[in-house]
Design a protein around this ligand. Structure first.
Ligand code: DMJ
Length: 654
């Protein structure tokens, strides 16, 4: 049973408020009776489309329109719609009304001419739209109409979900006191380690203080020019650094800073914006950050905001296959894919990195709709034929088929594999399907992508339709930690093998750092043309404060206690201090081989969410956030293992 012990939790008494709604989704009406009903509905729709077409033709043919307006409305110039008021193709009546509001054009109270003009404009818009839709409908195949009906039904269900006071009636969640699951730590006994840990906390203070001083409320900080930095990934949702930093502030016991962050979330975090966002980025940073802050602090506001945002993301799944769009306008609910993505495809690492957060959203809202969405992604992927057992990076959401055969454990693929493993672990090891898919996938990766250099460095190449590109990304370096984390449950006595593989990847990534001038690694490094673990292209030489290498050190340290991982982590701390720290925070570098720093002037929010958190954990005792209780999402936000913790606390609470 894939979702293991989680589903019964949805039927908790308080879950009923939402459960009835979300349970619907688009897939419910698939029984025979529902099918007959749907057929009738289709006929009715086609018939009404036809009538509308006829009516629209009479009303809107240039001549008849003049006739009608002349007879009925005494065509006078004052009553003609304004010239800039013509709705373009696809424009909606609400858009026109909004346009008026933006221009400050309000009807004068009690002015009958103005209100008649407004009504007339609205009637025209509605009829023009109905006419357009009727024409489109008559051109469609019956299956397309049926699909549209299903999607429309789903949209209505989701609108109801967001309109209802659903968030205000969330079910009870039984939280363990944070110290019992290791969210409050002790000082390490060793003074030298204590000092190092204190230094990392000081780095967090420097990053936070400057963000607060120069960019408070903006998404990120420009530490050199000292201002706010906005990334298009979040549309005009604001405050990425605040939400991304919450759990790091909490575990570092920076109480005042956590409280000011919480106050900002309460007063300012606003998702009612007209914004096109990256579904993946908003999910891993905002949804993940809020959920994590909720579990750590117990403050309801974080759960409420997480569920509210989760609901806003649901329209992204309105595609024929249920594989979500990469980009979504969270106001209109209109989705699309990155224009550069092969054949209009969705990206594996994006739609494959929603699972953990969405499973928690279902738990926290009492509504299975979120879990249904990600379990459907799982089903689509599981049923597809895989070339050589590999998962290509591109999948077309309309056809539900793979597009280009490119495979990567770095950008475009990476966190999909991570989430398979973590879905298994987060389900308290009940999600056997995730486990099987993970171990099958990494077996194929090992056969087809993992190679050893002439001098014995193990690396993970990229696979392009059967040909290897001998390049490894900084992003790919997370995989060392992943192999080690999954090793315990590996099949057929492979535990030692995967632990060893994790150690080899950690070593290669350390080499990529060590072979630079600044001792921080490039964005991508190559194993061809006589080089090993070195970037050869100018546009691959930058370092943007990424966490993946220290992330792997953290897992390797926890799982082996080999002191070299603390040593390597400290080298990274020293390099960050020497080359990335500036008066106004921390900046990325344009070229890690260059002797003079050239700053990119961005303090990425993941520097606070991930890089500093992993470093801090490497110099903490293992009972701070024990791995058997906590799963780190791909942005290092903390998600408790479901059921072992939560059910235990439920039982204790009874
Ligand atoms: C983070 O946002 C996440 O770790 C993501 O999975 C990959 N990229 C960045 C950090 O490099």
């Amino acid at each position: 049973m894939p979702v293991g012990g989680l589903l019964p939790l949805f039927s908790s008494p308080a879950g009923g408020g939402l459960g009835g709604l979300g349970g619907g989704g688009g897939r419910e009406g698939s029984g025979p009776a529902a099918f007959r009903l749907t057929e009738k509905f289709v006929l009715l729709l086609v018939f009404s489309a036809f009538i509308t077409l006829c009516f629209g033709a009479i009303f809107f043919l240039p001549d008849s329109s003049k006739l009608l307006s002349g007879v009925l409305f005494h065509s006078s110039p004052a009553l003609q719609p304004a010239a800039d008021h013509k709705p373009g193709p696809g424009a909606r009546a609400e858009d026109a009304a909004e346009g008026r509001a933006r221009r400050g054009e309000e009807d004068a109270p009690g002015d009958p001419a103005a209100s008649l003009e407004d009504n007339l404009a609205r009637i025209r818009e509605n009829h023009e739209r109905a006419l357009r839709e009727a024409k489109e409908t008559l051109q469609k195949l019956p299956e397309e109409i049926q699909r549209d009906i299903l999607m429309e039904k789903e949209k209505v269900a989701q609108d109801q979900l967001s309109n209802r006071a659903g968030f205000r009636r969330l079910p009870p969640v039984y939280l363990a006191p944070v110290n019992t699951i290791g969210a409050i730590d002790r000082e390490p006994a060793d003074a030298a380690i204590r000092e190092k840990r204190e230094k990392i906390k000081e780095m967090m203070k420097h990053a936070w203080k400057n963000y607060k001083r120069y960019a408070w409320g903006k998404n990120e900080l420009k530490p050199v020019s000292k201002g706010g930095h906005s990334s298009s990934l979040f549309g005009n949702i604001q405050g990425a650094t605040i939400v991304d930093a919450l759990d790091t502030l909490f575990i570092m016991n920076m109480k005042d800073e956590f409280e000011e962050a919480q106050a900002w979330v309460e007063e300012n975090l606003n998702f009612n914006v007209n914004a096109e966002v990256s579904v993946f980025e908003v999910n891993i940073r905002f949804v993940g950050g809020l959920i994590s802050a909720y579990y750590l602090s117990g403050a309801e506001i974080f759960r409420k905001k997480a569920v509210e945002l989760g609901v806003k993301l649901l329209p992204a799944f309105q595609t024929p296959s249920g594989i979500p769009w990469a980009l979504l306008n969270i106001k209109s609910g209109i989705g699309r894919n990155w224009p550069w993505a092969s054949g209009g495809s969705s990206i594996l690492a994006e739609f494959g990195t929603l699972h953990l957060e969405f499973m928690h959203l279902s738990y926290l809202s009492g509504n299975p709709i979120f879990a249904d969405k990600v379990m459907n992604i799982r089903t689509v992927l599981n049923n597809l034929e895989k070339p050589e057992g590999l998962y290509p990076n591109y999948l077309n959401p309309n056809s539900g088929q793979w597009a280009q055969y490119h495979v990567s454990v770095g950008g475009l693929g990476d966190s999909f594999y991570e989430y398979l493993l973590k879905a298994w672990l987060m389900s308290d090891k009940t999600d056997l399907q995730a486990k099987k898919m993970y171990f099958d996938a990494i077996k194929a990766i090992e056969t087809h992508l993992i190679r050893k250099s002439r001098n014995g460095l193990t690396y993970i190449a990229e696979w392009k339709g059967g040909l290897l590109e001998h390049k490894m990304g900084h992003l790919t370096c997370f995989a060392g930690g992943m192999f080690a984390l999954g090793a315990d449950d590996a099949p057929e006595g492979m535990t030692q093998h995967y632990l060893q593989l994790g150690a080899e990847i950690a070593r290669t990534c350390h080499e990529s750092y060590n072979r630079t001038f600044v001792k921080l690694g490039p964005e991508a490094f190559r194993f061809d043309g006589g080089v090993e673990a070195i970037a050869t292209r100018q546009n691959e030489k930058y370092y943007i404060l990424r966490p993946e290498v220290v992330e792997t050190y953290m897992y390797m340290w926890r799982l082996t206690h080999d002191p070299k991982y603390r040593k390597w982590a400290w080298e990274a701390v020293e390099a960050l201090e020497k080359h990335c720290r500036v008066k106004g925070g921390y900046s990325g570098l344009r070229d890690v081989y260059f002797t003079k720093e050239s700053y990119d002037d961005v303090q990425q929010s993941f520097f606070l969410a991930e890089t500093l958190k992993y470093l801090y954990l490497i110099f903490s005792d293992d009972d701070l956030l024990p791995l058997e209780h906590w799963i780190f999402n791909t942005e290092a936000h903390l998600l408790p293992v479901l059921s072992r913790n939560l059910k235990k606390v439920e039982d204790d609470g009874k």
